[in-house]
Design a protein around this ligand. Structure first.
Ligand SMILES: [Fe+2]
Length: 346
């Protein structure tokens, strides 16, 4: 078995492959690492055939839908998953055939109703059902401590104790554990009493994950994250540095239109001398009056350099082929001590 563990902070993703056929699967890909999975697979001569999420993640952005779409391979999740991006829904006891390697599905609800563990050879990918020294929480949408008890004590702990455990999260730098070690040492598995386990899970009082709203929105719908929107826009436009813009303005570059896409009040409080105001919200509808010459070189700017990137990308789509975005925003411009002009006049 070809195996690679790829961590993104505490999130653990896995690339598993069949050495004989060079087919591979990615388990629990994180959205910001898609290029890395593709690079590792290419380096190892693997062809990714499946992209698998062990459950609907609430605390980070799944890259499963996007990676599956890019590779034109199935996104795989449990039958109970609400995500529309899933192409292949699997159920308890089924096998995903990755070349000659077999990933066996264990439906292990509890952390979420669609949680599953995948057993392959000498290891189990335990998702957030069993973590090293912990378990997945049960207080997020579709979590159920009673179901987690059954999944852990009646399914996972009955697996071969020699199996290596590779969880979807590990925050303390340990790569894996074993079923036997978790059975013996995991503090949450030391009581076999169902009611006591459920009480313990209900009284954990954990803080909510940072990006839960956005993670659930995008992971359950296949929609895009804000970071994804920005990254996609940034991949289509060139940028100009603050220093370059300043020196061009000082040199009297009158070919360049500086287009400030913030709201009128922000513009009034301080803008780059000569900048033309066209708020982002009105961009598409006012562009014909405000920017009649699509061959002009235009630089978009905003407060933090994000909205200006989206605006520049939109303008490029609309046929303004010489649009660039300011690398940074007015905040950085002011902090650099560069000159601003206040008032409504350019
Ligand atoms: Fe999770």
């Amino acid at each position: 078995m070809i195996f690679e563990q790829i961590a993104t902070g505490g999130c653990q993703s896995y690339l598993v492959g069949c050495a004989e056929t060079c087919a591979a699967a990615v388990i629990d890909p994180e959205l910001s690492q898609l290029d890395r999975y593709l690079a590792v697979a290419a380096r190892d001569g693997l062809r990714i055939r499946f992209v698998i999420d062990t459950h609907t993640h609430a605390d980070h952005f799944s890259g499963a839908g996007e990676l599956a779409r890019r590779l034109d391979v199935p996104a795989v999740m449990h039958r109970a998953s609400p995500a529309p991006i899933v192409d292949m829904r699997v159920d308890d006891g089924e096998l995903v055939a990755v070349g000659k390697l077999r990933l066996k599905v264990l439906h292990t609800p509890g952390h979420t109703s669609d949680s599953m563990c995948l057993v392959a050879g000498d290891r189990v990918f335990s998702g957030d059902t069993l973590l090293i020294g912990a378990t997945g929480r049960t207080d997020l949408p579709s979590g159920d401590p009673e179901a987690l008890y059954d999944s852990l004590f009646h399914r996972v702990l009955r697996l071969d104790h020699a199996l290596k455990v590779y969880p979807a999260h590990e925050y303390n730098g340990r790569s894996h554990s074993t079923i036997g070690r978790e059975a013996a040492e995991n503090p949450r598995l030391q009581t076999q009493d169902r009611a006591a386990f459920v009480d313990m899970m209900r009284s954990l009082n954990l803080t909510m994950p940072t990006h839960i709203t956005e993670a659930l929105r995008t992971n359950m719908s296949g929609g895009k994250t804000v970071a994804q929107m920005l990254a996609e826009a940034a991949a289509t436009v060139p940028f100009m540095s603050l220093e370059e813009l300043k020196s061009r303005l000082e040199a009297g570059d009158d070919e360049l239109i500086v287009l400030d896409v913030r709201e009128r009040e922000a513009y009034r409080d301080g803008h780059i001398a000569g900048a033309q105001l066209l708020p982002r919200g009105q961009l598409e509808l006012r562009v014909n009056q405000e920017l009649p010459d699509p061959t002009r070189r235009i630089l978009t700017c905003c407060e933090f350099g994000r909205i200006s990137t989206l605006a520049a990308s939109t303008l490029r789509v609309m046929g303004f082929q010489r649009v660039v975005a300011l690398d940074g925003g007015m905040k950085a411009w002011r902090e650099a001590g560069y000159p601003v002009r206040s008032g409504s006049d350019p």
